[in-house]
Design a protein around this ligand. Structure first.
Ligand code: HEM
Length: 480
């Protein structure tokens, strides 16, 4: 391994030739930045450097070096200064954008709230949102209307996270107009643009887009204050909830109110908003990719449907977390989707102190870009890597799932691994089970008829998918 050799310097690494001072800055296309990085990796190898004006990155695609670096947190690496300042300016200071002691203080509260053991008591709320969602898809199927897949899925995930996390029924699935989801939709791309921008001109608030973002920030902040106030009223009326919270926000408030927690009201609001953002696009885009991949792979689709039919036995969606847990093949389809189409194909971090990463000596404050997808679609790690083969995630399926999981890291790795991963998988499996139990997929259309284009805006989404469904006659159907 390179780490056993004498450390190299960043300047010793290969990299694309760029302009003096600017480097690759003018070449960057933000929406396909991940693909550009993957192309440079194909040309320069698993370790190279990249300059974007004053910011120089070391890019790492070697999975063991990635995993080792990700484990060295919070001491060795943290979120970049830019992420921290953009999140703070937009009121999103929470566990995702925190470093060092700030992160240590917040992570236990978020972990407690997202503890997989709580998912059982949260599940009825998810089933309720799923029932409503099934109804909306049924109406579209019966009316012969194509479904705008991302918009529809994001309404599901925002209702799901609001219901599960905050005990509030936002019902964006059935409402039109000024819903919180429309404001959230503006924030993710804005965070991405601001993170990549060479200068922080957005701070001046001069452009229309920046003013719209400011308005969205205010709307989301007001909605979140409302969620927190409602939860505080419930806790005051029923103090037993502090011991047995029914949702994430009650759990977080109970943790924040514990003497000595060090959690401020600002931390609480920041983490509530972090959950809303972290739980929406990621899960919705993964579902969109998965539905597209299943539609393109009829064998996998048939096997997933057979499993759903067996487990649900005529019920229109899983009624309990135990039914969700029994959907092993559907879960393998989710892992395979996230291998090929991870919503976080790249991640930038910053060294907190001078460190040696992948055998390269870096000073404190150095920027490191990790490529997560590149090794997961490399034939050295996965045979026939472009093939959608969920079976490889099952026992005896060819790949040793343990080592495969160490190479494909859709949820990150180490102490900062995504705390929402259990919840995300439950949501994904529930929606796919509802889809396969109640509907036939007539088609997933793309704007140009080819495979979906990838668009990066902090998370990687498929572009312009439209889902056409028919109701299945053989099943009990998805209810009202
Ligand atoms: C398919 C869905 C999801 C994917 C692919 C995903 C992926 C990720 C990734 C790659 C990270 C960075 C991990 C690292 O730094 O090593 C992360 C962090 C995080 N995710 Fe997720 N996520 C998903 C869903 C969720 C959900 C549903 C929630 C909560 C409601 C959530 C909450 C968070 C939080 C709070 C962090 C920050 C953790 C920290 O920095 O300590 N995520 N996620």
């Amino acid at each position: 391994m390179s780490t056993t050799l004498a450390p190299r310097q960043l300047r010793d690494l290969p990299g694309p030739r760029g302009l003096p001072l600017l480097g690759q800055l003018l070449e960057i296309e933000p929406a396909r930045f991940h693909q550009q990085l993957e192309d440079w990796r194909a040309a320069h190898g698993d370790l190279f450097r990249l300059r974007l004006a004053r910011r120089e990155f070391m890019v790492v695609a070697e999975p063991e070096a990635c995993a080792a670096a990700l484990r060295d947190r919070p001491g060795g690496l943290g979120r970049t200064q830019r992420i921290v300042s953009v999140a703070a300016a937009m009121g999103f200071s929470g566990v995702f954008s925190a470093n060092g002691d700030d992160w240590r203080r917040q992570r236990p509260m978020v972990m407690a709230a997202l503890d997989p053991r709580h998912l059982r008591s949260y599940y009825p709320s998810l089933a309720k949102v799923t029932a409503r969602f099934a109804g909306a898809w049924r109406r579209a199927a019966e009316g012969g209307e194509a479904i705008e897949l991302q918009t529809s899925l994001m309404r599901y995930t925002v209702d799901a996270i609001s219901g599960l996390a905050f005990g509030v029924d936002t019902n964006t699935i059935e409402s039109e107009g000024d819903v919180i989801q429309q404001h959230l939709d503006k924030l993710m791309p804005a965070i991405f643009r601001r993170t990549l921008a060479p200068l922080e001109l957005w701070r001046l608030g001069l452009s229309r887009a920046d003013r719209e973002v400011a308005a969205a920030v205010r709307e989301v902040a007001a909605a979140v204050e409302g969620f927190i106030a409602q939860a505080r009223v419930r806790l005051a009326q029923d103090p037993a909830l502090r011991e047995k919270p029914r949702n994430l926000i009650e759990a977080m408030i109970a943790a924040a109110d514990t003497p000595g927690s060090g959690i401020t009201d600002r931390d609480l609001a920041g983490n509530v908003k972090t959950m809303l953002l972290a739980g929406e696009d990621t899960t919705a885009h993964t579902l969109a990719w998965m539905i597209d991949l299943l539609a393109r792979n009829p064998e996998a689709l048939a096997r997933a449907r057979a499993e759903v039919d067996r487990v649900l036995a005529g019920r229109p969606w899983p009624e309990s977390i135990d039914e969700v847990a029994a959907l092993d093949y559907v879960e393998a389809c989710a892992h395979e989707t996230m291998r090929l189409k991870p919503v976080a194909p790249i991640m930038a971090l910053q060294t907190e102190r001078s460190s040696v990463i992948a055998g390269v000596e870096l000073p404190a404050g150095a920027l490191v870009m990790f490529l997560f997808r590149a090794p997961a679609v490399d034939a050295r790690h996965f045979p026939d890597p472009q093939r959608f083969d969920p079976g490889r995630w099952l026992e005896g399926g060819g790949a040793d799932a343990g080592s495969a999981k160490r190479i494909a890291m859709p949820f990150g790795a180490g102490p900062r691994i995504c705390p929402g991963r259990y919840l995300a998988l439950v949501e994904i499996k529930t929606v796919i089970a509802m889809l396969l139990a109640g509907f036939e997929i007539l088609g997933v259309d793309t704007p140009d008829g080819g495979p979906p284009q990838e668009r990066l805006a902090l998370t990687m989404a498929p572009v312009g998918l439209r889902l056409r469904l028919a109701c299945r006659r053989s099943s009990a159907g998805p209810g009202p």
